[in-house]
Structure formats: structure tokens, C-alpha cells
Design a protein around this ligand. Structure first.
Ligand code: FMN
Length: 169
């Protein structure tokens, strides 16, 4: 396996969030993609160790908020390197509630959508959630952050829980 070939894949950067009975939490994920348009479905792949994964498994709903290129590293650190088991990630974050009850992050995000889980694929380390989109909101026209730019421009790293861990190795 030549990992350089794997690192040739490109991604965006997102905050994947959920709400279990009023408990809001979210995490950074690069693994988000639209997979069908009828029905309109997206997929995200989340580590079983993450609080977000546990909460989405129970709530059956998640939101995806699309990060802008200008997002500060402190914001990515809060959602991508800390766990909601230790901090309240939404305490200082501006968001609006979707009709489905998931938080759509407005800080540093250009768009967001809410989805209901319709399928899951159980991998050894991760769960792939397929969600049907129920609502989407376009906040503003803005350059979006890519996973490649996160590494090359922001000099960011990926934690071990990311499916693509090793990208910056
Ligand atoms: N974790 C995943 O499970 N899937 C991902 O696609 C993913 N991508 C990431 C990309 C970047 C650039 C960063 C910084 C982190 C990524 N992570 C990913 C790691 C989670 O965001 C991280 O483990 C987070 O602390 C989990 O928080 P939680 O326990 O509150 O859910």
C-alpha cells in the first residue's frame, strides 16, 4: 500500500453534530459526502470512541455544517481535538436549531443541513452513517476549507480517531 495514493483523495471540512434529548455535541469530520440525490442522502464516517458517534447512534439524527476557509484553528481545536465528554462544545457557539432538532452551526460555516439516519455500516473502528437530508440552509457565499488546505495552509494535524489519520505523517 502506497499511502501517498490514499492521500491523493480530496475532502472538505465539516462539523457533524447531533442532539440527544437536549444534549448537543459535535465534532470535526472530513469524511462527509453526498451519495444520492433521490432521495437526497449524505454519509459521514465517525469513530466509535467519539461522543458524537454514541449520541448519533441513539438520536438517529445529525447535522453537517460546512466550514469556511477562514475558520480559526482554535475553533477546529474545540470540535476536533476535544471531546464533548470533557467540555460543552456548544457553550460559546452561534447556531440555529433545525426543525428536526439538530444544531446548524453558524460560526465559521457557509451552509448546513439536517439529516435523519437511514442506514449504518458497522466497521471495526468506525460507523458509517447514511442520512436523508430533511432541511438545508445556505448562510453565505464564502471560500470553503478543504482537508488539503487544512494541512498545507493551516499546518493542521489529524487525530488518531480520524479515518484518514496519517495524512500529515
Ligand atoms: N473523526 C471521525 O470520526 N471522522 C472524521 O472524519 C474525522 N475527521 C477529522 C478531521 C480533522 C481535520 C480533525 C482535526 C479531526 C477529525 N476527526 C474525525 C476527529 C474528531 O473530530 C475528534 O476525535 C473529536 O474530538 C471527537 O469529539 P467528540 O468525542 O466530542 O465526539
Amino acid at each position: 500500500i502506497d499511502m501517498k495514493a490514499m492521500f491523493s483523495l480530496t475532502y472538505g471540512m465539516y462539523v457533524v453534530s447531533t442532539n440527544l434529548d437536549g444534549r448537543l455535541n459535535g465534532q470535526i469530520a472530513n469524511t462527509v459526502m453526498q451519495i444520492t440525490s433521490e432521495p437526497l442522502c449524505v454519509a459521514t464516517c465517525l469513530n466509535k470512541a467519539n461522543l458524537t458517534t454514541e449520541l448519533i447512534s441513539k438520536s438517529g439524527v445529525f447535522s453537517v455544517s460546512v466550514l469556511e476557509r477562514d475558520v480559526p484553528m482554535t475553533f477546529i481545536g474545540q470540535f476536533g481535538f476535544k471531546s464533548g465528554r470533557d467540555i460543552d462544545k456548544f457553550a460559546n457557539v452561534k447556531y440555529r436549531m433545525s426543525e428536526g432538532g439538530t444544531p446548524l452551526v453558524e460560526d465559521w460555516c457557509a451552509a448546513a443541513f439536517d439529516a435523519k439516519v437511514v442506514r449504518t455500516v458497522d466497521m471495526p473502528s468506525h460507523i458509517l452513517f447514511v442520512g436523508e437530508v430533511r432541511e438545508s440552509v445556505f448562510f453565505k457565499e464564502a471560500p470553503l476549507l478543504t482537508y488539503g488546505e487544512y494541512h498545507s495552509i493551516k499546518k493542521g494535524k489529524s487525530p488518531k480517531t480520524a479515518p484518514t489519520f496519517g495524512f500529515n505523517a
